[in-house]
Design a protein around this ligand. Structure first.
Ligand code: UDP
Length: 245
């Protein structure tokens, strides 16, 4: 985007991409898309297109990184050079190192790490196309890939952001709103346990606005959670049908 538009949201409360303030972008989820991975998932969240692949629990390489009392989760968030308008270097950026760390840390509470001592799970997240909110969409897909790999989990983890554009608190910001808006609050949430596992904030909000954004993001997570469960069921219906053939 070259020029900042006058308004990101009009008087009727309609955003530049036609959504209402509390409306999610269209989300499409698919489980078991990569035969070489133990578990995998693909997400389209608006214009974001992301693949997640999980391997393990398995012996760790190098071995000295393993822990005697728990499983180690390793996570790599990576943006393809063609995923954004201006070519992104394939080398890991500071941002990708940060996102790999926060995604790992927001998924760990869902896992029974102490059940698999001395092992590791590797999680690879590839951003094929980015349009704002990739960390949240990655978390949604990564949790599905872990579940698909058969890793026991306390709950699925869902990612969704809310934020502020002009003077309005809105759900699920896309790239232009993220860059030109006033604040972005990415949240990861385990709906059945009612537990937040990631909370970041870029920008400034009043206490009331923050509370509204949090509630909006959690509502968004709950909606995506239903889609996650559907995607898992669809995968197992296919497996079941194949077994019956
Ligand atoms: N982005 C970009 N080039 C980069 C990194 C990010 O164009 O090297 C865009 C991309 O669309 C991304 C958005 O900026 O989704 C917002 O990035 P942010 O760091 O806020 O993370 P995200 O919202 O994707 O979790």
């Amino acid at each position: 985007m070259n020029e900042k538009p006058d308004k990101l949201i009009d008087k009727k409360g309609i955003r530049l991409d036609g959504r209402k303030a509390d409306e999610l972008r269209p989300v499409k989820l698919q489980v078991g898309v990569l035969p070489n991975a133990d578990g995998s998932a693909y997400i389209e969240h608006g214009k974001n297109k992301i693949l997640a692949a999980a391997f393990g629990p398995r012996e760790m390489h190098p071995k000295h990184l393993s822990q005697p009392d728990k499983m180690v989760l390793r996570c790599r968030y990576h943006m393809a050079p063609f995923s954004v308008q201006e070519r992104k270097s394939p080398a890991p950026s500071r941002r990708e190192v940060e996102l790999s760390k926060v995604i790992k840390e927001c998924l760990e509470p869902a896992l029974f790490l102490d059940l698999y001592p001395r092992t590791g799970v590797d999680l690879y997240i590839e951003i094929l196309q980015a349009d704002g909110g990739t960390r949240c969409a990655s978390i949604t897909a990564a949790a599905l890939a872990l579940a698909d790999a058969g890793v026991p989990m306390r709950d699925l983890v869902v990612g969704c952001a809310a934020g502020k554009i002009d003077d309005t608190v809105v759900l699920d910001l896309y790239d232009a709103e993220d860059k030109l808006g006033a604040a972005d609050v990415p949240v990861a949430y385990m709906p059945s346990l009612n537990a937040v596992t990631l909370l970041q904030m870029d920008g400034i909000l009043t206490t009331d606005e923050f509370e509204k954004a949090m509630n909006m993001a959690i509502d968004g997570c709950k909606k995506i959670y239903e889609m996650q469960k559907e995607a898992l069921k669809t995968k197992y219906m296919v497996v079941k049908a194949e077994g019956e053939e």
